[in-house]
Design a protein around this ligand. Structure first.
Ligand code: CAA
Ligand code: NAD
Length: 295
């Protein structure tokens, strides 16, 4: 990757806004695509809030904050990403939605553009096959919250060229992240291990092993985890977790990836966690209180 890379980001939700922020902060011109101006306004506000926190903590100079914001632009038109050197996709965990975008972009981007998906659980092969650039397709799996979590999994599928893999690895490093190489198996390294743990925490709640707060407290204080699993589920998004579980269960047919009924009920009720204001906890209260789940 060049010193100054033109980066495109598809999706400006939890992950896309964070990826765009770290790309722009690293000095790359970054253009973010989402479906509507109000959604993009929300993403811009989230980025400004995150940068403000970093300034407040003395981790970022105000001049660097301003330069970061200047390097960011926003659009609702996919074709505006045509001149990018790399496009990182962070739209919902749905193969059809992702592949519709990849097909559209494949027709407008130059031969040199690398396509990278931030998918949590889909295989990179399933997206690469929808394009004519399967050799220039890679996984770049970031972690939430992107500005704070150092890891990026760089995923090579069967068709990824060595050059693409190396460029993607260097790009992750250029963002100040610590890349690890992972094989293109559903869930890569982290979610292969993390997802069963999160789903088991919901099963423990369903079985009455402990209350919401006690399950969280137990894992925080007993294992030194920064967040309890139910808090982390609210943080990741229950809608996203449900989709991940469905995809991983379909891939492996193993019970540990099956979505617990309570997760499905909560998603049906629009309880997506922090992003919708309510999940295992109700975020309309300060501090948040445990939601009533009819258990
Ligand atoms: N941008 C900038 N600063 C931020 C921020 C953001 N987005 N989010 C939090 N901060 C700041 C806070 O303001 C806070 O600053 P102060 O210390 O000055 O108050 C600091 O970071 C620490 O935050 P908190 O005190 O709120 O909480 P914390 O010390 O517990 O740290 C955390 C927050 C880093 C998120 C930590 O709780 C943590 O590591 N949690 C686990 C996260 C995790 O597991 N992520 C992976 C999810 S799975 C995934 O991403 C993969 C997938 O495919 C689903
Ligand atoms: P999110 O729901 O917060 O954001 C998705 C964004 O994509 C929304 O802003 C939505 O408007 C936008 N979008 C929908 N259709 C679009 C389209 N056709 N073009 C452009 N934008 C479109 O989701 P998220 O949590 O940011 O997850 C995004 C991806 O990142 C998923 O594949 C998810 O599995 C993965 N991921 C999530 C996490 C996490 O902790 N939430 C961590 C790592 C990876």
């Amino acid at each position: 990757m060049n010193e100054r890379t033109r980066v495109g980001v598809l999706g400006s939700g939890l992950m896309g806004s964070g990826i765009a922020q770290v790309a722009a902060a690293a000095g790359h011109d970054t253009i973010v695509r989402d479906v509507s101006p109000p959604i993009l306004d929300k993403a811009k506000a989230a980025i400004e809030k995150s940068l403000a926190k970093l300034v407040e903590k003395g981790k970022l100079q105000t001049t660097d904050r301003d330069a970061t914001l200047q390097r960011l632009s926003f659009t609702t038109v996919t074709a505006d990403l045509r001149d990018c050197d790399i496009v990182v996709e962070a739209v919902p965990e749905d193969l059809e939605v992702k592949n519709a975008l990849w097909k559209e972009l494949d027709g407008v981007c130059g031969a040199g553009t690398i396509f990278a998906s931030n998918t949590s659980s889909l295989t990179i092969a399933a997206m690469a096959a929808a394009t004519k650039r399967a050799d220039r397709f890679v996984g770049l799996h970031f972690f939430n919250p992107v500005p704070l979590m150092p890891l990026v999994e760089v995923v090579r599928t069967v068709t990824t060229s060595e050059e693409t893999f190396k460029r993607a690895f260097a790009f992750a490093r250029s963002l100040g992240k610590e890349p690890v190489a992972a094989k293109d198996n559903s869930g890569f390294i982290v979610n292969l291990l993390l997802v069963p743990y999160l789903l088991d925490a919901i099963r423990a709640l369903e079985h009455g092993v402990g209350s919401v707060t006690d399950i969280d407290k137990a894992m925080q204080l007993g294992c030194g985890y920064p967040m309890g699993p139910l808090t982390l589920l609210d943080f990741v998004g229950l809608d996203t977790t449900y989709r991940i579980a469905e995809i991983m269960f379909a891939e492996y047919k193993e019970q540990r990836y099956a979505a617990p009924p309570l997760l499905k009920r909560m998603v049906l009720a629009g309880m997506y966690g922090r992003k919708s204001g309510k999940g295992f906890y109700d975020y309309s209260a300060n501090p948040p209180v445990v939601s009533s789940l009819g258990l």
